[in-house]
Design a protein around this ligand. Structure first.
Ligand code: UD1
Ligand code: UDP
Length: 393
């Protein structure tokens, strides 16, 4: 079976790495990199560090407005699909690369498998929310990380093809944390002592493109930075935006270039607290049991908040500073993100049409299984093993 995987942005390289190695032992994977992220430290470093094979297609789309970027990807991905005629298209997360891959495939009747399905912020002003809702609604297989994600899909009338498989980012953390702790030199390089610094990231459009929010969050980080070192690996989007604002560039913060995944794991796992607007970093803080303060008005990762490990503060300066000062461990014992075998489950379902016996029964069971009782629904789920693509002869 041939599967075309679409990636393009930093978190997708990390997610795909956790699946790709297993996938390649069961199917032929054709890897397409849209080029949405292209700086060496936003793209190549992850391929090198995580041993991801070089992309079969590098589309080189680069940065542009949403319509232009997504449209260019759509056009080029369609050409790849015409040429490769895959049985499946596999997409990850909620970026413009995700939507372009899903849409190009769906229009050609190539079934789409979506990893990280069912996430919702319920804020349609977020570009990611639009991308995820549309992708989920054209997907045949929906790999949901949590029970909450399964419920979100059910509320939108999607139950067929939904599998709760845990979170692939947890697989990645388990696979690489020991190596990162042993080999990363990032703490030494920046003269940081474990538990004596705060790690921050900031890149979400709703924060960076709104000058008031950007100012407020940066002022909060600067205030925290007067009490304890704050390390801020700057996303290029944020770097470009604060470049013209000297008051922000001179704040007492350790602004560094984006770091590699291993360096990030090291920075995260030794931080006293993490202040972030990233989806992936909120989860990693939870996986690593580091208190997190999220500078957003809503989060898709409700479990991290409900368990007390993550505090949602929006962009209010005082709230951010207070939450960072008071950051403390949440409750232990709750683990909603699976066992670190979600890559294995995804490959079993995708490549073999159903979980194989090596997967533990309770994890193999789709939570929507009892809803698949009708013949029609069974037919719907089974349809994915019968490709009916509309490629030209
Ligand atoms: C994208 C995703 C976001 C995800 C993030 C991961 C969308 C709509 N957004 O946001 O969901 O959380 O990736 O990091 O898909 N730039 C560079 N070099 C690069 C890449 C980007 O300089 O290698 C700069 C460009 O000025 C570009 C800006 O960053 O315009 C934003 O990049 P873009 O890919 O459009 O969105 P992200 O903010 O990275
Ligand atoms: N990350 C990284 N280096 C950095 C910042 C983040 O390796 O300098 C990793 C981080 O550990 C996580 C992923 O990138 O695995 C999160 O990506 P990002 O915050 O860009 O996007 P989001 O998850 O918000 O979509």
């Amino acid at each position: 079976m041939k599967i075309v995987t679409i990636v393009g942005a930093r978190p997708q390289f990390i997610k795909a790495a956790a699946v790709s190695r297993l996938l390649r032992s069961a199917a032929r994977e054709v890897l397409v990199h849209t080029g949405q992220h292209y700086d060496v430290n936003m793209s190549e470093v992850f391929f090198r560090e995580l041993g991801i094979p070089a992309p079969d297609y590098l589309l080189g789309v680069g940065s542009a407005s949403h319509g232009e970027q997504t449209g260019e990807m759509l056009k080029q991905i369609e050409s790849v699909l015409f040429r490769e005629k895959p049985g499946w298209v596999l997409v990850y997360g909620d970026t413009n690369s995700t939507l372009a891959g899903a849409l190009a495939a769906a229009k050609l009747h190539v079934p789409v498998a979506h990893v990280e399905a069912g996430l919702r912020s319920f804020n349609r002003r977020m570009p990611e929310e639009v991308n995820r809702v549309l992708t989920d609604h054209v997907s045949t297989l929906l790999f949901a990380p949590t029970e909450t994600a399964v419920r979100n899909l059910r509320r939108e009338g999607i139950s067929a093809g939904v599998w709760q498989v845990g979170d692939v980012m947890y697989d990645a953390v388990l696979q690489h944390l020991d190596h990162a702790r042993e080999h990363s030199q990032i703490l030494k390089r920046h003269q940081l002592c474990p538990k004596e610094y705060v790690l921050a990231t900031l890149h979400r459009a709703e924060n960076t493109d709104d000058i008031q929010r950007l100012h407020s969050i940066m002022s909060a980080l600067a205030e925290i930075g007067r009490e304890i070192p704050v390390v801020l690996p700057l996303h290029p989007r944020t770097r470009h935006l604060i470049g013209g604002l000297p008051a922000l560039t001179t704040a007492p913060l350790r602004m560094i270039e984006p770091v590699s995944y291993f360096d990030m794991l090291r920075l995260e796992s030794s931080a006293r607290c993490i202040v972030t607007d990233s989806g992936g970093v909120q989860k990693e803080a939870f996986f690593l049991r580091v208190p997190c303060v999220t500078t957003r008005d809503e989060s898709e990762w409700l479990e991290t908040i409900d368990s007390g490990w993550n505090t949602l503060v929006g962009a209010d300066r005082m709230k951010i500073v207070k939450a960072a000062r008071q950051a403390a461990p949440g409750r232990s014992g709750e683990w909603p993100y699976g066992k670190g075998d979600s890559g294995k489950q995804i490959v079993n379902i995708l490549a073999f049409g159903r979980p194989r016996p090596t997967v533990e029964p309770h994890r193999a069971e789709s939570p929507s299984a009892e809803r698949l009782r009708t013949t029609e629904e069974r037919a719907n789920v089974n349809a994915y093993s019968l490709p009916h693509a509309v490629f030209p002869a």
